[in-house]
Design a protein around this ligand. Structure first.
Ligand code: 3H9
Length: 692
């Protein structure tokens, strides 16, 4: 049974019981229909309360059923809602916890809604490349002001019932209740049991004055969506609600939903949704086994990275002590953290009271003994093995037994770092991405000796501070930066062949990347990659030279921070302008063999760069550095601006066809570099990375 049925004071209570989120699977829809029919036929029942068990109403349709026969099987959500609307007895939705997607649509089909103030209501379908498919686009604008309804549907952002109930003229929430929502809903049911006709949202009028509101919402959606369709499709349907009959609006919504659910974008976004959750599961490691408590954190280093890491913990309410080698460095770091919080206050993202509260949880020290009792210490010092050695030797001396020693290194060998201590099982990599308080990705690097509970604790801490954690094995650059090196090399090769940074960037941005490789490099600082390259050249005389990028750095063009990089920047502006100096540099270096300037060449630019990621991703997978292909997708979507609606590089390759990827890679390298063995094997067997 996925629902429970009971009768109390002549009110039938139908309680969903489909953990963990009461997803509206075919089984639950069938049970709810059975319950509704029983209640409607029972002469002793005067009203019905629909509610969710486990502290939550429902997270909406069961996404795992999309694309399977079950999603289309009756009773559909639409059928359930129609039966409810047409019933003679009132149905009251008792809402607490999450009320999302189809869950909210079900509640909108009920005649009344009683909600806990903290419950969250939303139509997040766009985040899955969809529009609401059970009347949400037509009902929500009838109970909320158009601007709020349009924003909720086009961005997918939920709101609390408290917030929504305060909106002028709203008809969404009939009663806010602080105590048990089901008890309150049963009481409310007694009040309205005799009211006839029962109120129907579909009969309400959509507010007028919509054109400007919708135009503004479209502009915002266009800016955000970078070529993906669902947000604008949702707004078209909101517009339909303002111009057509309810029935026509629902028919249009159904058609759009069906088109989108079969499309590549929704498929990709659903892949990412499940991939992010799957990434938390580590094969062979019991995710429910006891973890180590983390209540006090230390961060070594108050530079840009250390400061961002400090803020990530403070933002999650975890007290931090930051350690530096000099008072000056501490003061500088603290001033930057203060400035960053002040900027958030100025933008209205935080109140100054909250900012002060967070800063109040931050302690500073120059003395390792002050951090000895911390549960977790994250090292974020200069990327140099000698510097790491001095830090980890000190940590090994002072830290209490069982403390987790994490390194934020992005390039050094975590096993070698662990080997600097007498407790390598307590050492793990926690690789944050800059700015660390903003970027979602956290690579949790598992050393050869890292204990399972240390690994799981690091993943859980990542989740507590709002990060998307992905486990990586130890290798140069881990998953993300190792692949990025190949991507950049492919971009450099294109420059050699006559393409310009602007051509390459715009092709990748049209594909949906947040930023093309050259804009990204200018933002991150070209000197950082240069330092890494110089180290590699020194270590390995055969390491391929990136002559153009090296020459750029020799000219002091480090990117936005120096006012020039691959582009020129006006003082105080982040707007890239093509640079005559870079043109001259390229002319001197490039072969100008084939200038990819046609539309076809734009596709080629994208493929060369994306398939370079795929090729290296396949090697990483084959070596066991990544646990699964979908983890690589999560790394790229959450840390490198890869378009989410393309599902990540490995998923994109799957949809493109691995045989075609192999063929294209051979063509791009003129047969000089064989594609990864795993890629060739999967292609030959007609398999995919993410499937069978
Ligand atoms: C829809 O409703 C379409 C309708 O308009 C039209 C239909 C005709 N289905 O995130 P968590 C799983 S589209 C299936 O870790 P949290 C999830 O995979 C739907 N499974 O927990 C995970 O499984 P596992 C619109 C789902 O507390 C487990 O539940 N709704 C669904 O951090 C726990 O999830 C949405 O887009 C689902 N709908 O966050 C809501 N939801 O343990 C999507 C979750 O095996 N869901 N799972 O890894 C969410 O936003 C978050 O999961 C939620 C809980 C906030 C609910």
């Amino acid at each position: 049974m996925t629902t429970h049925y009971s009768v109390e004071d002549a009110v039938a209570i139908i309680r969903f019981d489909n953990p963990p989120v009461n997803g509206l699977s075919h089984a639950i829809r069938t049970d709810v229909q059975r319950g509704l029919r029983a209640a409607f036929e029972d002469a002793n029942v005067r009203a019905v309360v629909l509610t969710g068990g486990g502290g939550s109403f429902s997270a909406g349709a069961d996404i795992s059923e999309f694309g399977t026969p079950k999603s289309g099987m009756e009773p559909s959500l639409g059928t359930l809602i129609a039966e409810m609307e047409n019933a003679a007895k009132p149905v009251i939705a008792a809402i607490e916890g999450t009320c999302f997607g189809g869950g909210l649509e079900l509640a909108l089909g009920a005649h009344y809604r009683v909600a806990a103030p903290t419950s969250r209501l939303g139509l997040p379908e766009v985040t899955l490349g969809l529009v609401p498919g059970a009347g949400g686009t037509q009902r929500l604008p009838r109970v909320l002001d158009l601007a709020t309804a349009a924003e909720m549907m086009s961005s997918g952002t939920p709101h609390t019932a408290r917030h929504l109930a305060s909106a002028t003229g709203q008809r969404l929430i009939d009663r806010l209740v602080d105590h048990d929502v089901v008890v309150a809903a049963v009481r409310f049911a007694a009040e309205v049991a005799a009211v006839r006709p029962v109120p129907l949202i579909r009969d309400l009028l959509v507010p007028e004055g919509s054109a400007d509101v919708l135009a503004a919402a479209r502009q915002r959606a266009q800016r955000r969506s970078r070529g993906f369709h669902a947000p604008l499709a949702a707004l078209d349907l909101v517009e339909k609600a303002t111009t057509s009959s309810f029935e026509d609006g629902v028919a249009a919504e159904r058609q759009t939903f069906l088109e989108l659910v079969r499309g590549d974008e929704s498929h990709a976004l659903r892949h990412v949704f499940f991939a992010e959750r799957l990434a938390r599961k580590i094969p062979g490691v019991d995710g429910d086994a006891p973890t180590r408590p983390v209540d006090q954190v230390a961060v070594i280093g108050a530079g840009t990275m250390g400061g961002g890491i400090v803020m990530s913990f403070l933002d999650a309410g975890i007290p931090v002590t930051v350690l530096e080698t000099s008072q000056e460095a501490l003061d500088r770091g603290l001033a930057t953290i203060r400035r960053n919080y002040q900027a958030q206050v100025d933008k209205g993202k935080l109140t100054s009271a909250i900012a002060e509260n967070r800063l109040g949880m931050l302690a500073t020290t120059l003395d390792y003994h002050d951090i000895a009792q911390c549960d977790l210490v994250v090292e974020a010092v200069f990327e140099d093995m000698d510097v790491k050695r001095s830090v980890f030797t000190r940590l090994d001396d002072v830290m209490k037994p069982g403390a987790i020693l994490a390194s934020n290194t992005s390039t050094l060998d975590v096993d070698a770092i662990a080997g600097l201590t007498s407790r390598p099982h307590d050492v793990v990599g926690m690789h944050f991405f800059s700015p660390a308080n903003v970027m979602k990705l956290l690579e949790v690097v598992r050393g050869k000796k890292t204990a399972d509970d240390v690994l799981v604790t690091a993943m859980q801490v990542g989740r507590r501070i709002g990060k998307t954690g992905v486990v990586s094995g130890v290798c140069d650059g881990f998953i993300g930066n190792r692949m990025l090196a190949k991507y950049r090399a492919a971009a450099s090769q294109l420059l050699q062949e006559g393409a310009t940074p602007a051509q390459i960037d715009s092709a990748l941005e049209d594909f949906g990347f947040a930023m093309g490789p050259f804009r990204m490099a200018d933002l991150a600082g070209n000197d950082i990659g240069w330092a890494v390259r110089k180290r590699r050249y020194a270590e390995d005389p055969d390491f391929p030279r990136d002559e153009i990028a090296d020459a750029l750095c020799e000219m002091g063009r480090f990117g936005q921070k120096t006012g020039s990089g691959w582009y020129d920047y006006q003082p105080g502006s982040r707007e890239p302008k093509p640079s005559p100096a870079v043109d001259a540099l390229l002319a001197a270096h490039s072969e100008r063999k084939k200038a990819p300037s046609t539309e076809l060449a734009r596709d080629e630019i994208v493929r060369r760069l994306v398939f370079s990621l795929v090729d290296e991703g396949a090697r990483i997978l084959d070596e066991g550095i990544a646990v699964r292909a979908s983890d690589i997708d999560v790394v790229y979507v959450s840390g490198y601006g890869f378009p989410r609606h393309r599902g990540g590089p490995m998923f994109y390759a799957d949809t493109f066809g691995l045989d075609k990827v192999v063929e294209a890679l051979r063509e791009f390298t003129d047969g000089n570099r064989e594609p990864a063995q795993l890629l060739k094997d999967l292609a030959a067997a007609g398999k995919t990375f993410n499937g069978s």
